[in-house]
Design a protein around this ligand. Structure first.
Ligand code: AMP
Ligand code: FES
Ligand code: ZN
Ligand code: ZN
Length: 351
């Protein structure tokens, strides 16, 4: 097996591209695929301050590494979810990566900062763990990006993730979700710009990228995700891909090129704000945390309440895009600042 570029011996085959690569040319291939996605969807500009949501897994560490190598100013954000036997280790991988490269990692810890963890919070709120987890992560990602005045929030979602979500949305014809399934979501009041630069790389690619680049990552999947329907969709797509390489990327890229705008047009007609089915009149701000919301309390604050949590807040606010609506701020620190910090105080979420 020879590298299609230099004819040296290849270390990996990328069947959907009908190509084998040596280590150097595979790393270059990954960089090019990311740059192409960034250009095609106008994801980032060179001067953007970028916040990368880092789980300690292969995708988010790969995208942080790739962005940094491409010259972007990119800090990391890790959210500790309090999942036994998983969160501590995944945090260690994120921290080790940041420390090895002298990068800044912002850490938020659900049990410490909000008084609940995903397993008990989900049980108390009678929600599936992944649903409670998604609500928590989305809220904390948005908040951290706005409070840190970042231009854009990056996640490590890859081709397999996006194709599986698309598959699920198509199977049930969830047209509203289809309208919003974009690799770029523009900033709106209360929401940062969000982008997914790895949509042209598969899970296998990001794992190989990390191994070849010497990046240690959390291999185990989240124990709470067992039985998650997206894992089933991934398996189904993988067996189709095995028989017919390239189908997965054709499915997803074809959707973006040919179908996405149609769903979007229909959705924007119904919901001019681009919010979840909310008309302009319905849109308001959470009276506790000031996040955009369709009710007096946002989904995150309702979850914190149901989970019996509390919000740990800091005096003053770190630079925010939401000053006008700010009721309180969460504590966002680097690990070093966290250890040195003595200014936090506990405030009951009900206050
Ligand atoms: P997942 O929802 O686990 O498939 O993760 C999708 C993306 O969300 C990852 O690639 C990360 O960018 C981000 N992410 C997931 N979990 C965390 C976490 N605990 N802290 C920070 N970012 C995360
Ligand atoms: Fe969210 Fe597992 S990472 S439930
Ligand atoms: Zn080569
Ligand atoms: Zn709220």
């Amino acid at each position: 097996m020879k590298c299609v570029v230099c004819r040296e011996s290849a270390v990996i085959d990328v069947r959907r591209a009908n190509s084998n690569f040596c280590s150097d040319h595979f790393l270059r291939f990954c960089q090019e695929q990311m740059s192409r996605a960034i250009r095609e969807f106008d994801m980032l500009s060179p001067t953007d301050r970028v916040l990368v949501a880092v789980s300690g897994g292969k995708d988010s560490l790969a995208v942080w590494d790739l962005l940094q190598r491409s010259g972007y100013e990119a800090d990391g954000l890790y959210v500790g979810l309090g999942i036994d036997g998983y969160s501590d280790t995944s945090g260690d991988y994120a921290r080790a990566f940041a420390e090895s490269r002298g990068l800044k990692l912002i850490e938020i810890d659900l049990p410490t900062d909000y008084g609940y963890d995903i397993p008990t919070g989900a049980r108390a709120a009678r929600r599936a763990p992944c649903s409670a987890c998604g609500t928590s992560k989305r809220h904390l990602f948005d908040k951290a990006a706005l409070e840190g005045s970042y231009d854009v929030l990056v996640t490590g979602h890859n081709l397999d993730d996006e194709a599986a979500v698309l598959f699920g949305n198509v199977l049930r014809w969830q047209t509203e979700y289809l309208a919003r399934q974009m690799p770029v979501l523009q900033a709106r009041v209360g929401f940062p710009k969000k982008v997914k630069p790895l949509i042209r790389l598969s899970e296998r690619d990001t794992a190989a990228y990390c191994i070849l680049q010497g990046i240690d990552y959390m291999v185990e999947e989240c124990p709470m995700s067992a039985g998650n329907k997206h894992l089933g969709y991934k398996e189904a797509l993988n067996s189709i891909e095995l028989a017919s390489p390239g189908t997965k990327s054709d499915f997803y890229s074809g959707f973006l090129r040919k179908a996405s705008a149609l769903f979007r047009a229909e959705y924007l007609e119904k919901s001019p704000t681009g919010q979840d089915s909310a008309s302009v009149d319905e849109l308001t701000y959470c009276e506790r945390c000031s996040a955009p919301s369709t009710a007096s309390l946002c989904a995150f604050c309702r979850l914190v309440d149901k989970a019996g949590g509390s919000v740990r807040v800091e005096e003053g606010r770190i630079g925010s895009g939401l000053e006008d609506n700010a009721a309180q701020s969460v504590r966002i620190t680097t690990r070093a600042e966290r250890l040195a910090s003595s200014t936090t105080r506990e405030v009951e979420a009900g206050q």
